[in-house]
Write a protein that binds this ligand. Structure first.
Ligand SMILES: CC(C)(COP(=O)(O)OP(=O)(O)OC[C@H]1O[C@@H](n2cnc3c(N)ncnc32)[C@H](O)[C@@H]1OP(=O)(O)O)[C@@H](O)C(=O)NCCC(=O)NCCS
Length: 154
């Protein structure tokens, strides 16, 4: 049974749900460019997964991608993985963007090149690795991991 509700918070982190320690880190300070999506596990009313959508493009590749909104920090508590929560969060972010024609029609994200689980999830949703002159666009994350850029046009 699907026991999750996807909740959206526009411009400020939520204060009205209990957040699993596993996803707490993604609730950074309020920023008008950010929209939070949380998967709230309904019996316990605990947020067990989430992501942030930035109305701004990512750290690299804008010359190829154009204007985009960026998914950041998709994360699902290990006890709730493989139940479709990550997919539901991504679809909610896409739907939110689709409903706002003044915002970019493209979603971009960075994913570690070794993160097979996340790459599989994004690929299934139609995200593709972005290349410049046939070479995948990459960048090094703050914690020193090589990341590739994936993009979906809505
Ligand atoms: C990546 C992550 C968000 C996936 O969340 P999830 O809720 O488990 O994903 P879903 O249940 O929606 O999975 C959808 C599909 O993605 C793929 N997938 C998800 N996890 C996978 C795994 N561990 N191994 C292989 N494929 C995986 C599968 O194709 C899966 O479909 P299936 O379960 O029918 O086989 C989760 O594993 C996670 O939080 N990982 C740690 C943080 C992280 O890496 N975040 C991504 C940052 S870019």
């Amino acid at each position: 049974m699907w026991n999750y509700e996807i909740r959206t918070y526009d411009g400020r982190p939520p204060s009205d749900v209990v957040v699993s320690p596993y996803v707490e880190y993604l609730l950074g300070p309020a920023d008008p460019h950010l929209v939070w999506f949380l998967a709230v596990h309904t019996p316990a009313a605990t947020a067990t997964g989430g992501l942030r959508l930035s109305r701004r493009g990512g750290p690299t590749g804008r010359d190829v991608i154009g204007e985009s909104a960026t998914v950041q920090q998709l994360s699902v508590d290990p006890a709730h993985q493989r139940a479709g929560v990550g997919t539901a969060l991504m679809r909610a972010a896409e739907g939110w963007l689709r409903d706002r024609p003044n915002l970019p029609r493209t979603i971009s994200l960075g994913v570690e090149t070794t993160n097979a689980a996340a790459i599989a999830l994004y690929s299934r949703l139609g995200y593709v690795v972005t290349s410049r002159d046939g070479v995948p666009i990459t960048f090094v994350s703050g914690d020193n991991h090589l990341c590739q850029v994936m993009v979906k046009r809505l």
